[in-house]
Design a protein around this ligand. Structure first.
Ligand code: GLV
Ligand code: GLV
Length: 322
C-alpha cells in the first residue's frame, strides 16, 4: 500500500507526476491557499503533509492526526511551521535548502540593478511613449560597480550574492558571528552598525526568527547612508515595513528592492505609491528549474520519511537522537 501524502498546493507538473508514482496523492484542487480547516481535513486523511510557506502549520494542524509521519516544507524557510511543536510530537520536518541558493541570489541582484538603475520606471517611461531623445539628466540612477555591499546573513544565499559582487569589484561587508563566507570571497567582518553605516547596498539573507524580526527598524535605517539601497529576499518581517516607508519617503535611504513583505500577500498602499522601490511578489526562487528541483528534494524527503529513514534535509534532526 502506498503512503498517503497531502499536498497543499499543486506543484510543477513534473513534480506531481513523480509524487503520483510514489505516493497516494491528495492534492488541493484549487489554485489558492487552503484554509486552516481544509489543511486539517487533508492532514487527518494522510501520513505525510507536504506544505508551502504560505501555510501556517501550527499546533492544531500538527496534532490533528496522531499517525502523521512527517511535515515536508516546499521552501527553505521554515518560519511557517511550529517546529518546536513538531519536535515534541516526534514528527520530522524537512525543507529544501541548497537548490534555491543561486536562483535567489540572482534575484537579489536583479533587485539591486533594477532599483539602482530604475529599470521599472525606465520601462514604464519608454512604453508610455515618453522617450523623446537622449538627455543628460534622464532617469539618473546609482552606480553598482565598485560600491560597498553589506550582506546581512552570510549563509549560503548571502555568500552566493557576495560571490556575484566580486565581478562588480565591490567591497563586501558582513557581520555574522559565524560564517564561512570568507572561504568563497574576500569579505570583511564588521559590526552590524558599521555594515549599515558603510554599505551602499544592504542585502538581507537571514531566516525569520524572533531575534531577526524587525532587525531593520527606524534606528538601523537612520544609520544607513541616505544614498543606500535596501534589498530583501529573505522574509518580510525582518524589516519594520512602516518605518521603511517613512525612511523612503523622507529620503533617509534612497531606495529598496523588495521580494517579501511584512503582511504578505498584503502590501501597504504607501509602499505601492513610492517611486524609489521595486516590488516583486515573493518570486526569488521562481525559476522553472529551481521550482522543479525544490519539488524533487521535497519528494526525496517524503520518501525517506515514508521508509522510516532520516531525511537528508531534516530541520529537527534531534528527534532521531532521542
Ligand atoms: C522561499 O521563500 C523559501 O523559503 O523557499
Ligand atoms: C539558506 O539557504 C541560507 O543559508 O542562506
Amino acid at each position: 500500500m502506498k503512503t498517503k501524502i497531502f499536498v497543499t498546493r499543486k506543484l510543477p507538473e513534473q513534480v506531481m507526476k513523480q509524487l503520483n508514482n510514489s505516493f497516494e496523492v491528495n492534492v488541493n484542487p484549487y489554485d489558492r491557499v487552503l484554509t486552516k480547516e481544509e489543511i486539517v481535513t487533508g492532514t487527518k486523511k494522510c501520513d505525510i503533509l507536504l506544505c508551502l510557506l504560505t501555510d501556517k502549520i501550527d499546533e492544531d494542524i500538527i496534532t490533528c492526526n496522531k499517525q502523521l509521519k512527517g511535515i515536508v516544507n516546499y521552501a527553505v524557510g521554515i518560519n511557517n511551521i511550529d517546529v518546536k511543536c513538531a519536535t515534541r510530537e516526534n514528527i520530522p520536518v524537512t525543507n529544501t535548502p541548497g537548490v534555491l541558493t543561486e536562483t535567489t541570489a540572482d534575484m537579489a541582484w536583479a533587485l539591486i540593478f533594477s532599483t539602482a538603475r530604475r529599470i521599472v520606471e525606465a520601462d514604464n517611461f519608454t512604453r508610455k511613449g515618453k522617450f523623446k531623445g537622449w538627455s543628460p539628466t534622464l532617469l539618473l540612477g546609482a552606480d553598482v560597480y565598485g560600491k560597498t555591499l553589506g550582506i546581512v546573513g552570510a549563509g549560503r544565499i548571502g555568500t552566493a550574492v557576495a560571490k556575484r559582487a566580486t565581478g562588480f569589484n565591490m567591497d563586501i561587508l558582513y557581520s555574522d558571528e559565524i560564517s564561512v563566507i570568507e572561504k568563497t570571497v574576500s569579505a570583511k567582518k564588521v559590526e552590524f552598525k558599521t555594515l549599515l553605516k558603510k554599505s551602499d547596498f544592504v542585502s538581507l539573507h537571514v531566516p525569520l526568527l524572533p531575534q531577526t524580526r524587525h532587525l531593520i527598524g527606524e534606528r538601523e535605517l537612520k544609520i544607513m547612508k541616505n544614498t543606500a539601497i535596501l534589498i530583501n529576499t529573505s522574509r518580510g518581517p525582518v524589516i519594520d515595513e512602516k518605518k521603511l516607508v517613512i525612511a523612503l519617503k523622507e529620503n533617509i535611504i534612497a531606495g529598496a528592492g523588495l521580494d517579501v513583505y511584512e503582511n504578505e500577500p498584503e502590501i501597504s498602499n504607501d509602499l505601492i505609491e513610492l517611486k524609489n522601490v521595486v516590488l516583486t511578489p515573493h518570486t526569488a526562487s521562481a525559476s522553472a528549474e529551481t521550482r522543479i528541483k525544490m519539488g524533487l528534494i521535497a519528494l526525496e524527503n517524503a520518501l525517506s520519511i515514508s521508509q522510516n529513514n532520516r531525511p537528508n534535509q531534516i530541520v529537527n534532526g534531534e528527534i532521531y537522537e532521542k
